[in-house]
Design a protein. Sequence first.
Length: 111
Amino acid sequence: MSFRLEPDLKNVEILKIEKLDILVIGGGFIGCGLSRDLAMNGGVKVGLIDQGDFASGTSSTPSKLIHGGFRYLLNHDLALVSEAYSEREVPLRIVPGLVKPLPVVILNYIR
């Protein structure tokens, strides 16, 4: 099944004349989430554009895993691990119905 949202020229014309506080380019998971959060919680007038359908790019075929910062452990970059962990918590807080935690066990051993 495929779905294609045809461009709504009326909305394009509105973007040309409407005064926005911010224009988010990219309608994937992050762009849509950022737009939603700014509009709902920040009282910001937001426009959102994407080159195709919203969530039709990388967001349309995700691994369904939110980056947890594990790769930063290889370089012992604990600050980035902590930051990635904090950022991972944001969608869990904002849209708990769309994401859920997946516990992971990391084995650490020396030969």
